[in-house]
Design a protein around this ligand. Sequence first.
Ligand code: OAD
Length: 241
Amino acid sequence: MSSPKPLPLDLYRHIVLLTGAGVSVGSGLPTYRGTGGLWEREDIAWIVDARFLPGSLPDLWRLYSRRRADALGAAPNAAHAAVAALQRARPDAVTLFTQNVDGLHQRAGSPDVVELHGSAFRTRCTDPSCNLPSFADDQLYASVPLCPRCGAPLRPDVVLFGEMLPDLALRRAQSALDECDLFLAAGTSGTVWPAAAFVRLAAQTGARTVLVNLDAAMGSEEFDEVHLGKAEDILPALLSL
Ligand code: OAD
């Protein structure tokens, strides 16, 4: 397969990038859906559903300690590097949203990453009345850690099913999509809202919409331009400056 031609990035003033688990596959991390995906585990629906807190915390911490270890053992790949290079070259023009919690965009040098689903590398208190701020944390826990301020259990600062996305992330998405002239999604199945709706909102604004994904994911017919293949091969060519 030949490399795609670079996008005419100079033509665009407000570029929105959206990434999903597929961009980290080249780093050896699994996707959520499909063979070998994280959601294949039989007990997973219970572990990642907010309705089952706090009883699910021991399993949630086992899962996220494992995800921390896997992400720390992985290195950013050429897809992360291409995104970071574009952001550094056009800091005022590019907004990066990711559904990933693995921290690889930041480690590739992305200066600003809007984490729609939180971060595996942040921890917060489960007691909503506790004023301990969410904090950076790469520890692996064998048992549920307790809040140093109020003694309640701590939890990974990730979005579980049934929870709202972080307010600031939603506000940034709204304003970025309102003025976007190029929207590019990479490595996402387009099955989880609200990120799945971004392409439609960007198209309504009049943006050109581009998808880079291994397969024709759900909603791929909504994009103006679709590049099927590995993000780590295609993004460096498409985003070449
Ligand atoms: P998915 O696992 O749903 O989809 C990953 C997509 O990446 C699939 O369409 C794959 O075909 C594609 N893919 C695999 N390898 C690739 C590669 N090397 N290059 C490009 N594409 C590749 O992951 P997401 O769409 O990110 O949410 O999932 C969205 C959300 O669903 C996750 O953030 C998570 C999950 O429920 C929460 O946990 C809240």
